[in-house]
Design a protein. Structure first.
Length: 107
C-alpha cells in the first residue's frame, strides 16, 4: 500500500474575512474530491484570513500512480487557483505495510 500526501500553502491577497476564505476553500476542495477522488482538508492557518494550507492525500497500490495523481492535482490547483498564489508545496510518497507483513491475525 502506498500513501501519497501533498501539502499546498496558498495566499489569498484579496480575502476580507474567514467566511470568504472558507467559501473559496470549500469550492476548490469539492472540485478536487470530485475530479481526482482524493481526501482534502485545511490543515494549518485556520484562523488567518489570507493564508490557507491544504493537505491532500490518496492511497494506491503503486507509488508511481500516487505521484502522478498528486502531480495532476497540483497542476489543477495552479491552473484553477483564481486570485490565489501558491506559496509552497510538498509532495511525499510513503510506503505502508504489504499484505505479507500483517502482524495481527483475528480468529
Amino acid at each position: 500500500m502506498t500513501i501519497g500526501a501533498l501539502r499546498v500553502k496558498l495566499y489569498y491577497p484579496d480575502n476580507l474575512s474567514l467566511k470568504e476564505k472558507r467559501g473559496r476553500l470549500k469550492s476548490i476542495s469539492a472540485r478536487l474530491r470530485s475530479r481526482f477522488n482524493v481526501a482534502v482538508a485545511e490543515i494549518d492557518d485556520n484562523e488567518v484570513w489570507q493564508l490557507a494550507t491544504l493537505g491532500i492525500s490518496c492511497v494506491s497500490n503503486n507509488g508511481r500512480h500516487a505521484n502522478q495523481l498528486l502531480s495532476k492535482v497540483m497542476d489543477f490547483i495552479e491552473a484553477n487557483r483564481g486570485d490565489a498564489q501558491v506559496l509552497d508545496y510538498k509532495l511525499e510518497i510513503m510506503h505502508a505495510l504489504n499484505a505479507s507483513e500483517r502482524s495481527i491475525r483475528f480468529p
